[in-house]
Design a protein around this ligand. Structure first.
Ligand code: HEC
Length: 139
């Protein structure tokens, strides 16, 4: 428990440092990102990167090694494709379980920007389509 608190405090400090030095450090949006992509990336890196991994936002908050795991580690969005609605649901309810992820970390237009951003950039390491029932690519 204490270890978790310390880790969160460190993450908050690290994020604050990054933001004041250069708000877009580590963000990789490819060519021609929209204004919404940029806002989504910025918000993700500020509010979600402590617990989730997503390359486009320069975020590495998910557990990578088993002995590195924390209770608050959330899914890695390079390896998991999320839709707009799934993200909005998770934001409003505090993840799918409602147990660990805080509810309403972003709301309103900010929530929409984050959801659109995650839907667009998640799943970069997945080569199957997001929709259930669709054939995996390569078949
Ligand atoms: C304190 C850590 C924490 C923060 C901060 C956090 N999350 Fe989470 N998130 C989790 C955990 C843990 C889960 C998995 C458990 C669950 O779904 O309840 C999760 C689950 C999710 C899911 C469901 C994924 C799936 O397929 O199971 C989405 C989508 C999500 N988070 C998006 C976000 C976004 C977007 C933000 C920033 C606005 C964010 N999270 C901030 C910890 C966090």
């Amino acid at each position: 428990m204490t270890r978790g608190r310390i880790a969160i405090a460190l993450i908050v400090l690290a994020t604050a440092g990054t933001t004041s030095a250069c708000g877009e450090q580590g963000i990789e949006l490819g060519s021609n990102p929209t204004a919404q992509d940029k806002l989504g990336a910025q918000l993700f890196s500020e509010r979600c990167s402590g617990c989730h991994t997503l390359r486009a936002a320069g975020a590495e908050g998910s557990a990578t090694k088993i002995n590195d795991r924390e209770r608050t580690d959330g899914p890695n969005f390079n390896q998991r494709k999320e839709t707009n609605l799934q993200v909005l649901y998770a934001l409003a309810n505090g993840g799918y379980s409602g147990a660990i992820m805080p509810q309403n970390i972003v709301v309103g237009a900010d929530a929409k920007a984050v959801a659109a951003f995650v839907a667009k950039y998640s799943g970069s390491e997945v080569n199957v389509p997001a929709s259930p029932g669709a054939a995996p690519s390569g078949f």
